[in-house]
Design a protein around this ligand. Structure first.
Ligand SMILES: [Zn+2]
Length: 232
């Protein structure tokens, strides 16, 4: 247990639980939002559709068995404040709780009935050290509880990669991201993998992660699930 987690646990004994969005008091520390904010945090309704905004964004790149996002991410929304708490305010429990909720919805998706592993998108160990945890792994842990599918947090890792220093355009940066994902020795052995991330924007990260796994196991089936989809 990290010091931050310990101190927060201690603080919870003496301070009332607050809604993570509007800071009003809520009933208990396991309640992330007040009733009013919960109502402003609707789940996406296109989750179980074979084609939705997630599959559209990855179309023509990563071949997907399933793609879906639980919520829509927009600036100034409840969703944004929850993701912010998860990533910047030492609240891995937010990822775990929302992952657990998400998992109960994904359990009803027939395309995911044969999942063999959950693989969180890795962060660099330097960032993990700063943050204390990988937020995608926290989400995956919650999903795992609801789905009964194991988390393979070491299947992928993120390394430093600097390509040519002379070309610094957008494509160059994207190429650096592509080469920063590596398979680990404990790679997944076939089956059907669900890649997990916090927010889907362009889809480049998930695309690269999926490609790295497929290079080793072309027979692997890949699905993606993100807590939120950034609206464009
Ligand atoms: Zn609230």
């Amino acid at each position: 247990m990290s010091l931050t987690t310990y101190l927060r646990g201690l603080g919870q004994l003496f301070f009332p639980a607050l809604c993570l969005s509007c800071r009003r008091a809520v009933g208990g520390h396991d309640q992330l939002l007040c009733v009013a904010c919960e109502a402003e945090f609707p789940p996406r309704t296109d989750l179980s559709l074979p084609e939705n905004e997630v599959t559209d964004r990855l179309a023509g790149r990563l071949p997907l068995t399933f793609g879906g996002a639980a919520y829509t991410f927009r600036d100034g929304t409840v969703c944004q404040r929850l993701i912010h708490a998860l990533k910047y305010h030492h609240r891995p429990d937010v990822g775990h709780a929302l992952g657990h909720r998400f998992g109960h919805r994904l359990a009803d998706v027939p395309a995911l009935a044969d999942l063999t592993a959950l693989v969180p998108v890795p962060i660099h160990r330097r960032r993990r050290h700063e943050r204390g945890y990988n937020q995608a792994e926290a989400i995956a842990r919650g999903l795992s509880e609801a789905l009964g599918v194991p988390v393979r947090q070491h299947a992928l890792r993120r390394v430093d990669f600097r390509g040519s220093q002379t070309r610094r355009g957008k494509l160059e940066r994207l190429d650096n991201v592509r080469h920063s994902f590596k398979r680990s020795r404990e790679a997944v052995a076939g089956g059907h993998v669900l890649l997990i991330d916090d927010v889907l924007t362009t889809g480049a990260t998930l695309d690269f992660c999926g490609q790295v796994l497929l290079e080793a196991r072309p027979d692997l089936r890949v699905s993606v699930a993100t807590l939120a989809l950034a609206e464009r």
